[in-house]
Design a protein around this ligand. Structure first.
Ligand code: SAH
Length: 199
């Protein structure tokens, strides 16, 4: 019945919000352990994530994909917290994209905690975090991005507006790690996009 459908949708929504909250308040080591042990958590999270993204006028991932499409040289890109690795799917021919997430939902994804990546120092041109700075230790993720980036490499971040309480402080903290802000886009109601260069 439609009531049953409605209840099932509501339940899915609450399950998503709970898992989303859990990822934000946990250390990534814990999240990696939990999600590795029970992959259905990831499926529940992602089915909710998809409906949330659909409710937005625009998906930040599409903006990032368009920006990367316009780069003519072939780049080595690491998509960190890639979800279903749509970036690799859409740009895999043009660039060399490697995709990482807590769970490998398809053959494009390598399962790992992005605070500890199986990549060599200074081996990547562009790192992307699209809505994936999720652990209490997310600064470790950014440090790890710095380690794998070549000098002058690019760090792209898209985050939910409400996730970043103070944009100025956030930028200062990232710059302290050894990055310089290149551009920021706050035009959207729901999220902010940042681009930094490793210095
Ligand atoms: N970037 C994708 C998915 C965003 S959802 C997109 O824009 O469509 C956020 C993703 O970050 C989730 O898939 C979650 O599992 C992942 N994530 C959060 N913390 C992580 C960590 N420590 N290591 C790897 N992935 C992580």
């Amino acid at each position: 019945s439609s009531l049953q459908n409605e209840m099932s949708e509501t339940l899915k929504g609450s399950r998503f919000r709970w898992l989303n909250e859990l990822l934000y308040v946990s250390h990534s080591k814990e999240a990696f352990k939990e999600f590795s042990q029970d992959r259905s958590l990831f499926d529940q999270y992602h089915s909710g994530f998809k409906s949330q993204v659909q409710s937005w006028p625009i998906n930040p991932l599409d903006i990032i994909i368009e920006e990367l499409k316009s780069i003519k040289q072939r780049k080595k890109i690491a998509d960190l917290g890639c979800g279903e690795a749509q970036l690799a799917e859409k740009l895999g021919k043009q660039h060399e994209v490697q995709s990482f997430d807590l769970v490998a939902v398809n053959e494009r994804v390598t399962a790992c905690d992005v605070s500890n990546l199986p990549l060599k120092d200074e081996s990547i041109d562009i790192t992307v975090f699209c809505l994936s700075l999720m652990g209490t230790n997310f600064m470790d993720f950014l440090n790890e991005a710095k380690r794998i980036l070549i000098s002058n490499g690019t760090l792209k971040i898209a985050e939910i507006e409400s996730r970043i309480t103070n944009i100025k402080v956030f930028i200062e903290e990232v710059e302290k790690l050894g990055f310089k802000l290149v551009k920021k886009n706050e035009k959207n109601e729901y999220f902010t996009l940042f681009e930094f260069t490793k210095i």
